[in-house]
Design a protein around this ligand. Structure first.
Ligand SMILES: Nc1ncnc2c1ncn2[C@@H]1O[C@H](COP(=O)(O)OP(=O)(O)O)[C@@H](O)[C@H]1O
Ligand SMILES: O=P(O)(O)OC[C@H]1O[C@](O)(COP(=O)(O)O)[C@@H](O)[C@@H]1O
Ligand SMILES: [Mg+2]
Length: 442
């Protein structure tokens, strides 16, 4: 479904009447190629044919509200009390975002009460016994040097009514949720309970996912760091495979439903010959199946490197057991890497070919590292945008970047689908060009 203008409308808590402390820094109210004025919109569509297909007037074209400081804000900074929470799996840059939020709130808006809720949504529930911590410039000093999150994180849902009870008891006006699709589903339910109770609490998300599976934000923070780290495993697999007769290097990387890490790591160093991702089903057996292709390639070139995203080929691993899920309801995946290792070895043996397979699974090593400088820049800019949005009374939205511009994306839109590699898109085409693998196996 193509989003319409109404889907891009951001919820607000009320009129902005307070002069922003940042107003003097703002340029003239006009957009340029480097700046989008707050009253302007960032168009959703960016090709002539997409715009033409709307068959509508310029004013009615769907556009995102731009991110950035407003001249007038909703919350009185000296009275504003803020909460920050990180939820779901780790991702490089979580600490950068926490630090960015705290420094922007304190240094530029003069907010003095900021609480870090610990261990994800559990931090709002008294029974877990994780009281919030005070956050200020000193508490966040240097945290960006480290991976992980100083607040801790968790999976598993909590009652949104209890979470809002906690926010009310602590007189919190703004809640920042740094998390993935599950966390944003949670954030939306919190924002809905806030609305139901007629409260004025802004709920702003900073989308986090190393899988890059959140839509309408171009790329998520930490993704670049994660795939860069994964390239080290591809390089090792290539060195190992080339060093022995009929060497096969097999690397499994994260990517539950989206194969972006596998694709980008492959494009980064051109060492992989085959990339298997959840979005593109593949046939294993038969003359044109993956195994036969791999065998032929090794016979011709002496070695090969295979990269598999963890969600690829799950159809080969399904059993009769009822589907296992984690505490957040995410389906637990079966191990495609180990399955392929076994099947590749068996296939070579069955065809009387000697082979030497080296299997590398960098797993958590790619998401537990500190952000690289590019991601750190992205994190701090997302944090700034999140603070500006919150102070201007926006709610039920995430900050993101669309067509190179920082924008506000309603949470409902950000969780409406999953960002995935498009098998007909130009990214997958680049992967096919780089690896030389066929569009289809089988
Ligand atoms: N539909 C939902 N409604 C409310 N909370 C949810 C929902 N889905 C997930 N959550 C909660 O959000 C948090 C993080 O979700 P999870 O899926 O583990 O990670 P991520 O946010 O990275 O996708 C967990 O506490 C989880 O229970
Ligand atoms: O073992 P954990 O912590 O549940 O995480 C594993 C999963 O986390 C991910 O990194 C995605 O995490 P999120 O859903 O939190 O974004 C997947 O790639 C991976 O399958
Ligand atoms: Mg998720």
């Amino acid at each position: 479904m193509v989003p319409q203008a109404v889907d891009l409308t951001v919820r607000t808590l009320g009129e902005c009447r307070i002069e922003s402390p940042l107003a003097p820094l703002l340029p003239e109210p006009e957009s340029t190629e480097h700046y989008v004025d707050e009253d302007d919109r960032v168009l959703f569509d960016d090709t002539r044919s997409m715009v033409a297909a709307r068959k509508t007037k310029l004013d009615a074209l769907p556009g995102f509200e731009p991110g950035g400081p407003r001249r007038k804000i909703f919350f009185q900074p000296s009275k504003t009390r803020v909460g920050i929470v990180t939820c779901g799996g780790l991702c490089p840059g979580l600490n950068d975002v926490i630090r960015g939020l705290v420094l922007e709130l304190t240094s530029h808006y003069g907010v003095t009460k900021i609480y870090g809720f610990r261990n994800g949504y559990q931090g709002f529930i008294a029974g877990y016994g994780h009281p919030p911590i005070d956050l200020d410039a000193e508490a966040v000093s240097g945290i960006n040097e480290y991976g992980g999150t100083i607040l801790g994180t968790s999976r598993g849902s909590q009652d949104p009514y209890e979470i809002v009870d906690c926010l009310e008891q602590m007189s919190i006006n703004v809640l920042f949720v740094i998390g993935g699709d599950g966390s944003m589903r949670g954030a939306l339910t919190i924002a809905d309970v806030v609305k139901e109770r007629g409260l004025k609490i802004a709920v702003i998300g900073v989308p986090k996912t190393i899988d890059n599976d959140i839509p309408y934000i171009e790329q998520s923070f930490g993704f670049q760091t994660a795939f860069s780290k994964a390239t080290e495993s591809l390089r090792s697999a290539h060195v190992e495979a080339r060093a022995v007769p009929n060497g096969v290097g097999l690397v499994q990387v994260m990517g539950r439903h989206s194969g972006f890490i596998a694709c980008y790591a492959t494009l980064a160093n051109n060492d992989a010959d085959y990339v298997l991702i959840p979005e593109v089903p593949f046939q294993l057996d038969g003359e044109n199946g993956f195994l036969a292709h791999l065998r032929r390639r090794v016979a011709e070139r002496g070695h090969a490197v295979v990269v598999a995203a963890e969600g690829a080929g799950q159809e080969y691993l399904e059993s009769d057991e009822p589907g296992q899920v984690d505490k957040s309801g995410n389906r637990n995946l079966k191990d495609i890497g180990l399955f392929l290792r076994k099947r590749i070895a068996e296939d070579f043996a069955a065809h009387g070919m000697e082979s030497s397979l080296k299997y590398i699974d960098p797993s958590y090593a790619i998401r537990s590292v500190p952000a690289n400088p590019y991601d750190s820049v992205y994190c701090i800019r997302l944090a700034h945008a999140a603070v500006h949005a919150a102070m201007a009374g926006r709610t039920a939205m995430v900050v993101g970047r669309w067509r190179g511009r920082f924008v506000h994306v309603p949470i409902a839109l950000a969780i409406s689908k999953r960002n995935q590699v498009d098998p007909t898109g130009d990214l997958w085409m680049s992967v096919l060009e780089t690896t030389g693998q066929p569009r289809h196996f089988g």
